[in-house]
Design a protein around this ligand. Structure first.
Ligand code: MRU
Length: 367
């Protein structure tokens, strides 16, 4: 993605220093800061504190974390310790486990002397694949946007609502929900994006920052506005990302996604979910019962971060002192509310049959 004329991925390997560099997303949209992730503890902190965030990006970061751990101690015991240490950072996005499993499966059969170099090559591969996969997700999602644009037939913008940040910053590049949006914009299609604020972490501000840098017209709205806009015919399409998709097509994504899906259903607005297949948990059938929902800190709810007129990034408290708060970070949208899934292999119904029609190699995975 281009930021002020320079191409960026959301993470990259600094060959000279032998470290991973990331965009520290806790400073966005106020400041664009890149930092180095050096120790294994740095990797865990970056994921847990959401310096990197978004399911695919968490997975790619963890793969580099394994590579770092293998440099100092490539033993089986350390591989297992590293797997457990990184897996414990965030519970909901399955890409974390997917990437760690992929690393473990690839490294365990190798002699210890080969593991560090192989782990780094694998981390590069996972990152590069993520870029290609999300580009393909975008190509397939573009078909949906083009159909809506054709129906409009008068050049009016296709109005797309998105929740959270499923943009290039949530992946290595392109994003999932935003990939079709960027590709439609790049081919000259008239678009307008409704960007949900996504309290409490306000990932919508990151989406607005991304879209702004790319020149995509958009409007930032509070989370509760989506239903109203849909009732008034102001949304043609909803596209979100997902942190874990069950083999039956339930979708676990940022808290509030479910309410958007309900509003979309009630107003006949198509509700699509864009995902790389690394986000499918083939072992899970019932999203509501089986997916662990991350509970984050009280401070994320009782405080709100922003930038003052003097340019200082600070947090203020919005609740009365001592107010008990709850902070479930994700919710599950049942497949019946999802119009379709957009994957790197094409579009499908949000169902086991739909997913297996694109990924038949998983038909025997026990779910
Ligand atoms: O808590 P976050 O910011 O990591 O949550 C991110 C999301 O919920 C995204 O929508 C999801 O990871 C899909 S992004 C490609």
């Amino acid at each position: 993605m281009i930021v002020d004329g320079k191409h960026f991925r959301s993470l990259w390997w600094n060959e000279t220093r032998g470290v991973l560099e990331i965009i520290d997303q806790t400073w966005l949209p106020y400041d664009f800061r890149t930092i180095q992730v050096v120790t294994l503890q740095d990797f865990a902190d970056a994921i847990r504190e959401m310096k990197v965030r978004g399911a695919p990006l968490i997975g790619a970061t963890a793969a580099y974390g394994v590579a770092r751990a293998m440099e100092s101690d490539p033993s089986d015991a350390n591989l297992e310790r590293t797997w457990n240490f990184l897996e414990a950072t965030r519970p909901t996005a399955i890409n974390l486990k997917w990437a760690l499993n992929r690393c473990r499966d690839a490294l365990l059969p190798l002699p210890e002397s080969d593991r560090a170099a192989s782990a780094l090559r694998l981390a590069h591969l996972i990152a590069d694949e993520d870029v290609q996969i999300n580009k393909k997700v975008g190509q397939h999602g573009l078909e949906i946007i083009l159909k809506i644009a054709q129906r409009k037939n008068n050049g009016d913008p296709v109005r797309i609502l998105t929740h959270c940040n499923a943009g290039w910053l949530a992946t290595v590049d392109w994003g999932t929900a935003t990939s079709p949006i960027y590709q439609a914009h790049d081919m000259g299609l008239n678009l307008h994006v409704w960007v949900d604020e996504t309290r409490p972490r306000n990932q919508g501000a990151i989406t607005a920052w991304e879209l702004g840098k790319h020149g995509v017209p958009h409007t930032y709205i509070v989370d509760n506005a989506g239903g109203h806009l849909m009732q008034h015919g102001m949304v043609d399409l909803v596209i979100t990302g997902t942190d874990r998709t069950t083999r039956c097509g339930d979708v676990c994504n940022k808290i509030g996604t479910y309410l958007k899906a309900l509003a979309a259903k009630d107003n006949d607005v198509p509700f699509y979910v864009a995902l790389p297949s690394s986000t499918i948990d083939w072992t899970v059938r019932n999203g509501l019962m089986e997916i662990p929902i991350e509970e984050r800190s009280d401070a994320e709810i009782s405080n709100i971060q922003g930038i003052s007129a003097a340019g200082k990034v600070d947090a203020v408290t919005v609740t009365p002192e001592g107010t008990p708060v709850g902070n479930p970070a994700f919710d599950v949208t049942p497949s019946r509310l999802v119009t379709g899934l957009i994957t790197e292999r094409g579009l499908c119904d949000a169902s086991e049959t739909g997913l297996l029609s694109l990924f038949p190699e998983f038909s025997d995975t026990v779910g």
